[in-house]
Design a protein around this ligand. Structure first.
Ligand code: TPS
Length: 539
């Protein structure tokens, strides 16, 4: 009798590889260590193995899985699966077609399929519930385990597209595991981020090879993985992530600014050349400490400094390996990262670069102009012409919709800048749950608008948008007394109030630069948000 399909637990799925066991261990001992510490499904994957050896290994692992009451899957070799009475098979896109696999293995065995693109889900849906039981979604991140991978890694965003396609085709029967380059440092993030856009579906599990098979302590590795998968919360900032339905009061805002002055956060800027000097001065005006560093070897140390925060602006960009190291360091240290995807998709190069940044980190806040946010939300019909915001009279309700969609998709606080700034909180308090999704939809997210009337001169100086990024980074980094959302709202309102003040005092764009720094200095040293000439409303 094969393992009942409806009882399969996909949460921690171990795939073997006989080439990577450390000395003193065997494939058998690694699998057993996994089974004793939380592995719930096993796949034997042998790419270069004589059939006789595959069978011997299969029989041994078959017995082991039976002992731990865990189903056994065989990769590709349907004959071997039947011969050793495995519970199912896993096949790739170039292996035997699924209808033929089903014909051979019968209705009760589990069939898994590797899916690397959302388009492949259509076929799965056409076959219907009697064919594919689960899919391996990946590769998510680069992996050394799979030789000659045919596709580039899809990142969590690619996995979301696959989950969306399953929802579109209503393939409710099909379970999902993510695979490829998954390790403890990125698994909670993947579980948190990978939720379908309608909030209904999350991954059913994590599948991996090297993290257990190549481990010198496979038992310990499996235990760590088990704990992470059992977890329900991903904390990537120390501030309370609690999503709220309320607006910050002026007292809250004053408290945030005063706390920042007390804590003097270090704001590491990886930013564009035009922004360097102005961004550093804006940061100083806010009682924070700027450091304009793009040195890969120091990002780890910087991220550990109390109240350190990273601003990543892709206007001109440091080497991508430095960016990836910085993202990992700040995420690991649970320090906030603010992302400004400059000209998000204005050229193919920028699209790839910004998408890479989005794949390799979890952001506390993503800030963009209306063109950037609309393209991130896939709502812009026109290709952006340049990196500047293109339309002044953009319909506000469309911008609110886009801001909420992007916030939900990237599980972050999104700021869409314009005459009216729109801010939405998609963090879901850092919570995640296998299979379940978020339980809410983008339209449900808390969203506010910040309006102070037009400040046209803002567009006449360089790096004014980039320096809002510096302001957000200072406030989310330095304030540990209020939620991330409140700190971002306060930063946006403060910057707008300062912009208004400076525009009334300046003679032209040159003195506006100076007046803006003076106004930020004044409003953050002499704190009284009741006097700010801006309107914050829930929407
Ligand atoms: C459930 N596959 C995609 S990436 C990868 C493999 C074997 C290597 C991951 O190694 N989904 C399932 N089973 C499969 N065999 C595949 C996909 C194909 P590592 O975890 O070391 O990065």
């Amino acid at each position: 009798m094969v393992f009942p399909k409806d009882k399969v637990d996909y949460s921690l799925y171990l795939v073997t590889d006989s080439g990577m066991q450390p000395e003193g261990t065997t494939l058998y001992s690694q699998v057993e260590a996994g089974l004793q510490n939380g592995v719930t499904l096993v796949q034997i994957r042998e790419k270069d193995c004589e059939t006789i050896d595959f069978i011997k290994e299969g029989i041994a692992i078959r017995k082991l899985c039976t002992k731990y009451n865990v189903p056994l899957i065989i990769n590709d070799r349907i004959d071997v699966a039947l011969a050793i009475d495995a519970d199912g098979v896993h096949v790739g896109q170039e292996d035997m077609p699924i209808p033929l696999v089903r014909k051979i293995v019968g209705p009760d065995r589990i069939i898994g399929w590797s899916v690397g693109k959302a388009e492949e889900v259509k076929q799965l849906a056409e076959w219907g519930p009697d064919y594919v039981d689960y899919i391996g979604v990946g590769t998510i991140f680069p992996t050394l385990t799979k030789k000659n991978p045919k596709k580039s890694p899809m990142g969590p965003q690619g996995a979301i597209k696959v989950l969306d396609a399953l929802e579109t085709y209503n393939a409710t029967w099909c379970k999902t595991v993510a695979i490829g380059g998954l390790h403890p440092n990125n698994i909670p993030r993947v579980l948190y981020q990978c939720v379908s856009s309608n909030g209904k579906r999350a991954l059913d599990g994590i599948s991996l090879v090297s993290d257990i098979m190549a481990s010198k302590n496979a038992a310990g590795s499996a235990k760590i993985l088990r704990d992470l998968i059992n977890g329900t919360s991903f904390k990537y900032v120390p501030n309370s992530l609690v999503s709220t339905k309320n607006l910050p009061t002026t007292n809250d805002m004053a408290d945030i600014i005063k706390t920042v002055s007390k804590n003097r956060p270090l704001v590491q800027h990886i930013t564009n050349k035009v922004h360097y000097n102005f961004g550093a001065n804006v940061t100083l005006a806010l009682n924070s400490s700027p450091i304009m560093s793009e040195i890969e070897s120091e990002v780890g140390e910087l991220s550990l400094i109390p109240y350190a925060t990273l601003l990543l602006n892709t206007g001109t960009i440091a080497p991508i390996d430095t960016v990836k190291s910085a993202l990992r360091a700040y995420n690991d240290a649970k320090r906030p990262i603010v992302f400004d995807p400059v000209g998000y998709s204005s050229t193919t190069t920028r699209l790839v670069l910004n998408d890479t940044c989005l794949s390799f980190g979890q952001y506390a806040c993503v800030k963009g102009n209306s063109s950037e946010i609309l393209s991130l939300a896939n709502l812009s019909t026109e290709k952006m012409k340049g990196v500047d915001a293109s339309s002044d009279n953009m319909d506000l309700s469309l911008l609110i919709k886009a801001t909420k969609a992007v916030a939900f998709q990237f599980k972050t606080v999104v700021v869409c800048t314009g005459e009216t700034d729109v801010i939405a909180d998609g963090t879901n308090s850092g919570d995640y749950q296998l299979s379940k999704g978020t339980g809410n939809i983008p339209d449900d997210l808390m969203c506010v608008t910040v309006n102070g009337g037009p400040i046209p001169i803002m567009g006449d100086i360089t790096a004014s948008g980039c320096s809002l990024g510096s302001t957000i980074a200072s406030l989310v980094g330095g304030s540990d007394t209020h939620s991330l959302f409140y700190s971002v709202i306060t930063a946006v309102a403060l910057y707008k109030a300062a912009g208004k003040l400076a525009s009334t005092r300046c003679k032209g764009s040159g003195s506006f630069h100076v007046e803006l720094i003076d106004a930020l200095y004044e409003l953050s040293h002499n704190v009284d948000p009741t006097k700010w000439d801006v309107k914050i409303s829930a929407s």
